[in-house]
Write a protein that binds this ligand. Structure first.
Ligand SMILES: CCc1ncnc2c1ncn2[C@@H]1O[C@H](/C=C/CNC(=O)c2cc(-c3ccc(F)cc3)cc(O)c2O)[C@@H](O)[C@H]1O
Ligand SMILES: [Mg+2]
Length: 214
């Protein structure tokens, strides 16, 4: 049945981007997904908000839930200071295989640890497997009904500290009503909504930035 969408995205990167140049990888994916076929990357518009939050936090430890093709993985990893790593969790082995190639094409393989498996199983192993004390920054972009359980799991595992920043994609479209209620009503979080548009469309979507107050 031919190539999968992630495989077609990888081909667009190999055809149009320059090896070792993350900006060109990002541009190649955005051009392909805007002009050829839509895909659920955070995209260029919300990507600028992601960039600004990552730059502001300048995390020593960062976690991404839901790698997909690695588009936001590349966006985040390209901004990290030397010696810091992004851990990204992906349970679909086919997507993980494509993402590894896209991350490597961008030359960012040394800044990214892609772990295959469901986040619910992997989060409790972060301390022991990767020597993580806590995460300075977490990007949530996986199944939308997993945002609340995984946030609670991060709290329970002691992986959030005073000042940890959670940034959640798609809080309007497809929407994460339970998550918005959770982070906006819980006094341990200071939340703010960044209005934007669903990737490659004019439909409203946005990112919710929530600072854990400890
Ligand atoms: C088990 C926990 C767990 N552990 C580890 N990896 C996990 C996981 N749960 C999921 N994954 C992986 O993450 C990615 C899924 C991401 C899910 N994202 C959207 O559904 C989405 C949809 C739209 C949209 C679609 C259609 C529309 F019409 C409008 C908007 C736009 C967006 O930006 C979106 O992010 C895949 O790689 C999964 O394999
Ligand atoms: Mg998303």
């Amino acid at each position: 049945t031919g190539l999968s969408r992630p495989q077609r995205i990888l081909k667009a990167v190999q055809k149009n981007a320059t090896k070792g140049n993350p900006e060109s990888v990002i541009a190649a994916i955005d051009h392909y997904c805007r002009h050829s076929e839509w895909a659920m990357n955070v995209g260029d518009e919300k990507g600028l908000i992601l960039d600004s939050v990552v730059t502001e936090v300048n995390p020593s430890t960062a976690l991404e839930l839901g790698t997909y093709c690695g588009y936001s993985t590349v966006r985040i990893a390209r901004l990290l200071s030397p010696g810091t790593k992004l851990i990204t969790l992906e349970f679909n082995p086919d997507y993980a295989a494509i993402a590894r190639q896209i991350i490597a094409y961008a030359g960012l393989q040394d800044k990214v640890i892609l772990v295959e498996g469901p986040s619910g199983d992997l989060i409790p192993k972060m301390k022991q497997q990767h020597g993580i004390k806590s995460f300075d920054f977490v990007f949530l972009d996986h199944w939308k009904d997993r945002y609340v359980p995984d946030t609670k799991l991060l709290e329970e595992c002691g992986l959030l500290r005073k000042g940890s920043v959670l940034l959640a994609d798609n809080v309007i479209c497809p929407g994460t009503p339970e998550y918005l209620k959770y982070v906006r009503n819980d006094p341990r979080y200071e939340s703010r909504y960044f209005k934007s548009n669903l990737e490659y469309t004019k439909v409203e979507d946005g990112l919710e930035k929530s600072v854990f107050l400890g």
